[in-house]
Ligand binder design. Structure first.
Ligand code: ZN
Length: 122
């Protein structure tokens, strides 16, 4: 996957994360850093920052999160890590490329559609 595409998915992931955090009720102030990253150039984004903003909302909102929201936020954070370590878009189970259409629909997808199906069946 090209750097440009990775950045595009990175922004998408950040935007999705923002949307979720707003939905949960995180204060805008705590989201400003994230919002800037989501609309800007991801090259300035660092893990350190991801962890910091992560800590803030985790502390404040642990209790109000539903398990589904927790699951998605975790999946988004994992996908962001894969963006930065270069493994984004690669199925973590079989190593095949995750279909582009799937990533467009679920940018935090960890598995290709084939593996996802067999995981759901088992
Ligand atoms: Zn797979």
């Amino acid at each position: 996957m090209t750097k440009r595409n990775r950045q595009r998915y990175g922004r998408k992931l950040l935007a999705e994360k923002l949307r979720l955090l707003r939905e949960i009720g995180v204060e805008e102030e705590a989201l400003s850093e994230l919002a800037r990253e989501a609309s800007g150039d991801l090259s300035s984004f660092t893990f350190h920052m991801a962890d910091q903003s992560g800590e803030t909302y985790r502390r404040e909102l642990k209790a109000s999160l539903t398990s589904e929201q927790t699951r998605i936020l975790r999946a988004i954070d994992e996908a962001l890590k894969r963006i930065y370590n270069g493994t984004f878009g690669i199925c973590s189970r079989c190593g095949a490329k995750v279909q582009r259409e799937r990533l467009d629909y679920v940018p935090y997808a960890k598995h290709c559609i084939k593996c996802q199906r067999s995981l759901e069946d088992s």
